[in-house]
Design a protein around this ligand. Sequence first.
Ligand code: NAD
Ligand code: IPM
Ligand code: MN
Length: 369
Amino acid sequence: MANPSILILAGDGIGPEVMAEVKKIIGWFGDKRGIAFDVTEDLVGGSAYDVHGTPLTDETMAKAQAADAVLLGAVGGPKYDVLDFSVKPERGLLRLRKEMDLFSNLRPAQCFDALADFSSLKKEVVAGLDIMIVRELTSGVYFGEPRGIFPDNEGGRVGVNTQRYTTDEIRRVARSAFELARRRGNKVCSMEKANVMESGILWREEVQWVHDNEYPDVELSHMYADAGAMQLVRWPKQFDVIVTDNLFGDLLSDCAAMLTGSLGMLPSASLGAPTESGRPKALYEPVHGSAPDIAGQGKANPIACILSFAMALRYSFDLGEEASRVERAVEAVLADGARTADLMGPEGGVPVSTAGMGDLIVQALDASL
Ligand code: NAD
Ligand code: IPM
Ligand code: MN
């Protein structure tokens, strides 16, 4: 049987730097565990625009559709700010999400013990934190029509985006949140703004419907998203699974990232419906962006990208034990004090580069055998 296939789209800025470390881990699994993947690489974002004049070619889109999993680094950067909106690097990523129908974006925020002191919040607030944000990823204001910049009636202009959700779109992401909750702490908190938005009222009603009809055993609560943001910082351990829309999920997950110490720590999995193979369509990427301020300096933390690969092992390849092995290796390296620049606080640590961190994680994997 052919090896499972992975398409790597490293992208821009620190994307290729952190992805180089993931490739070491993929290589390790082939060499040391006999778990080999057929890896192909292609361009996305600004790097694709530079070569093809588009942030994602149809050929690359087809490869992504055909791959068992896609790993993406990051897209974007100041060089591309001047481009027309339709060819901005971010459009490539959004097209992948939309056309692969990756409606459920899992963004776990876990605080490793070794970093509990490093969070901007008090240690007792974050120590042992383990929450999962499920962000709807293919609809809402990111994709709703009408959208655009139009002339208004007074000689000025009007910028329009539309927040729009259907019953089916809400129900399917709610189901994925309830399924996850059953395998975790059995609690879901749904966040919207039902106090000011009709789409929020529908969101709340449909999540409640899925609960009452299909998952009555899971504890469900509702919160307005602004209050949810406050609670996430006040006492994040009250949450298990949070389910929310595309835009609120974007904001809340960056906020949750800082609970764990750094944006450089937060992985994600974007999943669609199961395909004939039984695997969901899937794309794995760190939550962070291309970090132009540190790109090319060997400073980027590769852990978010490495943990995204661990999520691929768990959710695409049914290798949960091997995913845990990677997570434990990361934990061990952090416990030994290794720190990329973003994790270096007053309490110090052993400074390591992007490549140094990757090498240490490979060594910790060796030690796990
Ligand atoms: P960013 O996530 O790139 O950076 C925010 C801050 O976090 C920066 O100070 C950066 O140095 C730091 N940071 C991020 N990742 C890090 C890592 N792995 N290690 C150490 N430090 C890290 O967000 P931004 O600056 O708002 O956006 C920059 C570009 O990235 C923009 O073009 C944006 O659209 C794009 N972006 C892409 C993605 C993606 O590809 N999924 C996500 C977010 C932003
Ligand atoms: C993310 C990013 C993206 C988003 C951008 C780059 C399109 O911020 O993945 O969190 O807004 O979804
Ligand atoms: Mn974001």
